[in-house]
Write a protein that binds this ligand. Structure first.
Ligand SMILES: *Cc1c(COP(=O)(O)O)cnc(C)c1O
Length: 482
């Protein structure tokens, strides 16, 4: 009879030779994917029914060959995904990690660090502090500001809203102000933080899709007169929709004068501060009380890596620190940081290593150039759209986002234009040409490019725009559909 336990032991920890062989195989599979990426389709999908038929089934009782399983994942699982790092992936907010970020993930996984306390992870916790300090300087926040790495921007926004509620002393009728262009994770954060619907005020933006300080001032007065307590204004450091940045400097001034806390959601746009163009658009960002960043977006990191920075990290600890007898050994001298006390995760992975390793492996000059390339390509796309007789720019470029649509000659109703552009968009996706997405601007359907991949070149962007024109021409040949 086979000994299930010793079979199992070898499966937990194979001999070093086998570990190496399997490890190198995993690396080969990853490198093959990266090398083939430009020729690969930017997107693959299937229905639940189709995928369940391939993948569902009970787990086996006996050990299976890990190499065959890895190969199966590569053949049957990963193909059904968006390749967010494909050079023609411009949908939503893409992510194109640097190789050094992947290497760090491998190291972290193999060392399986628990990064909730300094005691369990002094080295990694110092690396996180170092990386946060880099971010603080890049964004121009005051000395002493700090924060925590999170799973992403949504988690960071949640910490920001909860911290605001705690700093305000959890008043009876707290009010959080959001822009109508704000990311949906902010209103969700407010709900999770226990803010009642009437305390979540979504403010209208102006023609440029920016928050107006007068509007903020007006609602503040109104709410205070009604006995409510404003606790937080959430502004945008680059909206997901259009890349638009709110007038941060003016809003910071207003918040200071009104004693209102300012949070800037810069999950998409924050790292544009590394470039002269982006720093110009993000003027005033560093004056915020808290800032959300997403290194897994424009800092070329693998998922998951988000960040919340606050002017005073003590506020985070006041909001999230919780004492437990079984953690009494974890305070060292008091100067050390227990990152588990700066958010809701106690067991945390060592996310900082990938930032630390890749920023140094690339160097800040090349890093800034890669961010800048996205902005310059978006500018070029904006010019190309303005010059085209068939494309209509629907909003001025913001950072690296451009919104536009196909618009043929003749009189087309809004509904007919929408139908036409929906068809163009699905042609691009289904045909495997590009990964693009759409949005709605003041009710109008817009095609959208978000350009932030270190691999993307002008010919990738141009290929999408030319195909939109060609397909638009083909579909519009018969005249308006209605
Ligand atoms: C992506 C994004 C978020 C959410 O971040 P996740 O990392 O996806 O959780 C929040 N705000 C903005 C502006 C974003 O672009």
């Amino acid at each position: 009879m086979r000994d299930a336990r010793s079979d199992g032991e070898a499966a937990f920890v194979p001999d070093p030779e086998t570990m190496r062989r399997l490890g190198y195989r995993a690396v080969d599979l990853i490198v093959d994917r990266w090398a083939r990426l430009p020729e690969d389709r930017p997107w693959g999908g299937a229905t639940r029914e189709e995928l369940a038929a391939i993948l569902d089934g009970p787990p086996p009782a006996t050990p299976q060959d890990p190499e065959a399983l890895m190969e199966r994942a590569v053949e049957q699982v990963f193909p059904y995904t968006a390749r967010l790092d494909h050079p023609r992936s411009f949908a939503f907010v893409p992510s194109s990690p640097a190789w050094s970020s992947v290497l760090a993930d491998i190291l972290v996984s193999g060392h399986n660090v628990f990064q909730g306390t300094w005691l369990a992870s002094g080295g990694p916790s110092q690396v996180e502090a170092t990386v946060l300090e880099w971010f603080r300087v890049w964004l121009g926040m005051r000395e002493g500001a700090g924060g925590v790495l999170t799973s992403g921007g949504s988690a960071a926004n949640l910490l920001a809203v909860v911290t605001a509620r705690e700093v305000a002393g959890w008043p009876d009728a707290p009010v959080v102000y959001l822009s109508d262009q704000g990311h949906n994770s902010l209103s969700r954060a407010a709900r999770v933080a226990g803010i009642r619907p009437e305390g979540i005020r979504v403010l209208p933006t102006d023609e440029g899709l920016r928050l107006r300080p007068e509007v903020v001032q007006g609602v503040l007065r109104e709410d205070r007169e009604a006995g409510r307590t404003p606790i937080l204004l959430c502004a945008n450091g680059g909206t997901t929709n259009t890349g638009t940045v709110d007038p941060l400097e003016e809003l910071a001034g207003l918040c200071r004068a009104e004693g209102l806390r300012l949070h800037v959601d810069a999950a998409y746009g924050g790292f544009a501060a590394l470039t002269p163009e982006g720093a110009g658009e993000l003027e005033g960002l560093g004056e915020a009380d808290s800032i959300t960043l997403d290194p897994h977006k424009w800092l070329f990191q693998t998922f998951e890596c988000g960040c919340l920075l606050v002017r005073d990290p003590g506020e985070l600890e006041a909001a999230f620190r919780s004492r437990a007898e079984y953690l009494q050994d974890t305070d060292v001298t008091g100067a050390e940081i227990n990152f588990g006390n700066r958010g809701v995760q106690l067991s945390r992975s060592f996310r900082a290593l990938k930032v630390w390793l890749s920023v140094q492996a690339i160097g800040t000059d090349a890093l800034a150039e890669a961010v800048r390339a996205g902005i310059l390509l978006a500018k070029q796309a904006e010019g190309r759209i303005r010059d085209s007789a068939e494309l209509e720019l629907l909003h001025p470029r913001g950072l690296s986002v451009v919104c536009y649509r196909y618009r043929p000659e003749g009189s087309w109703s809004e509904a007919a234009l929408e139908e036409l552009n929906v068809a163009i968009q699905s042609h691009l996706m289904e045909g495997g040409h590009a990964m693009v997405s759409s949005t709605r601007l003041r009710g109008r359907y817009a095609l959208r490019l978000c350009i932030m991949n270190h691999r993307s070149r002008w010919e990738d962007v141009e290929a999408v725009l030319s195909r939109v024109e060609a397909q638009g021409r083909r579909l519009a040949a018969g005249g308006p559909v209605r």
